[in-house]
Design a protein around this ligand. Structure first.
Ligand code: FMN
Length: 215
């Protein structure tokens, strides 16, 4: 896993979602966020940011943004909570898809394949390289579980901060890496008049075969 990706890290400090958020209707909130996004000069997207789609036991698809933390001939690596919704979906159905979008370059890459848990050693190495605050967050957050109030999360953080005071938190068993082993990778390059380029690579018996697709 190239370290340059694993070390890419931004702190998110712009906004919050308060417990007393006045919007009961999610479509109203979405409309406000979309309008704000339209008016705001957005900072550049993190280059390693991607959408990961998984499918649950009922065949329902779920998609969320994640950060790619490395890639190699083995596949594409990301990290998270093994008991989270995505963790449970991947345990039941390893087939997943990830999509990267680099607007400034007018490029999209789609990767599809099966996801396996990364080796414990690799997860340990990456966990140890994270800032302590992120390590404590991995202990404190039961990712995807309901929280009554934000204060519950803050209380859990205080508890683990005390528990690991003065020593390096070890990687929790519930947190670690995944590797998406690609069987299809498609590169999309925007071109004038919607006549975009698409190159579709598919793995057949260990050999990548390439086809051009119509836009
Ligand atoms: C820019 C961005 C980067 C994110 N990176 C990660 C990540 O690397 N790992 C992770 O578990 N969640 C990450 N998240 C949060 C996920 O989108 C999602 O909320 C979380 O993984 C829980 O998803 P789940 O309930 O489907 O498991 C990120 C969100 C954003 C917006």
């Amino acid at each position: 896993m190239p370290l340059s990706l694993a070390q890419m890290r931004r702190n998110y400090t712009l906004y919050g979602l308060r417990d007393d958020c006045p919007q009961a209707d999610p479509l109203v909130l979405f409309g406000q966020w979309l309008e704000q996004a339209r008016k705001t000069e957005l900072p550049p997207v993190e280059a390693n940011c991607m959408a990961l789609a998984t499918v649950d036991s009922q065949g329902h698809a779920h998609c969320r943004m994640l950060l790619l933390k490395g890639f190699s001939a083995q596949g594409f690596f990301f990290f998270g909570h093994y008991q989270s919704a995505k963790g449970q979906e991947l345990a039941g159905n390893p087939h997943a898809a990830m999509t990267f979008f680099w607007p400034g370059l007018e490029r999209q890459v789609r990767v599809e394949g099966a996801v396996v848990k990364a080796d414990a050693e690799l997860s340990d190495d990456y966990f140890d390289a994270r800032p302590v605050a992120s390590q404590l967050g991995s202990w404190a957050s039961p990712q995807s579980q309901p929280l009554v109030h934000r204060s519950e999360l803050e209380g859990r953080l205080r508890e683990v901060t005390e528990r690991f005071a003065g020593r390096q938190p070890p990687r929790p068993e519930h947190w670690g890496g995944y590797c998406l082993q690609p069987r299809r990778i498609e590169f999309w390059q925007g071109r004038p008049d919607r006549l975009h380029d698409r190159l579709d690579y598919r793995l057949h018996d260990g050999v990548w075969q390439r086809t051009r697709l119509a836009p």
